[in-house]
Design a protein around this ligand. Sequence first.
Ligand code: FMN
Length: 171
Amino acid sequence: MDFFRVLSERHSVRAYRDKPIAEQTLGKLLLAINSAPSAGNRQAYEIVVVKGAEKKKKIADVAHQQFIANAPVVLVFVSSPERNASYGARGKELYAIQDAAIAASYAQLAATALGLCTCWIGAFDEGKIAEIIRAEKNMKVACIMPVAYAKEIPFATERRSMKDIVHEDSI
Ligand SMILES: Cc1cc2nc3c(=O)[nH]c(=O)nc-3n(C[C@H](O)[C@H](O)[C@H](O)COP(=O)(O)O)c2cc1C
């Protein structure tokens, strides 16, 4: 799919078909995510792939967003600050989060190109999700991402105008 079509076809989708994702398709998605850039190529993030119904339900409950449990696959992106320890505080507190966020963005776009849909989930009790996926102490759960085949495609959401968001030389 043309890249600009991918951009226009990506939406946050919250209603899913009851259709499994083939292992080969999931593999392509994970490979695409792994091609994302990262600070010093350290890839300071982990991806947890959740497929089991019980664990998906627990995640959905903790996030108070039940639709998550209806996706065949739920990805959890976790920043891994210790991988950036040699970059000091900026590496641990900023780059690691940025790495995880870029990886998650790649996931959204690659999923769209594969005919799948996603929704970035940022609102959840981080401690409880960390417990469910057994994240290590210093790790930060950056986002949860259900991946599925869409039941309905939502209308495109509006954006701030270019005039409002783009600044020349200074803000
Ligand atoms: C950091 C972040 C956190 C978000 N958290 C949630 C969330 O908890 N639940 C949800 O349904 N959507 C969540 N979204 C999706 C946004 O609501 C959505 O991206 C936005 O409304 C624009 O719509 P679009 O993705 O369809 O273009 C989040 C998106 C981002 C980037």
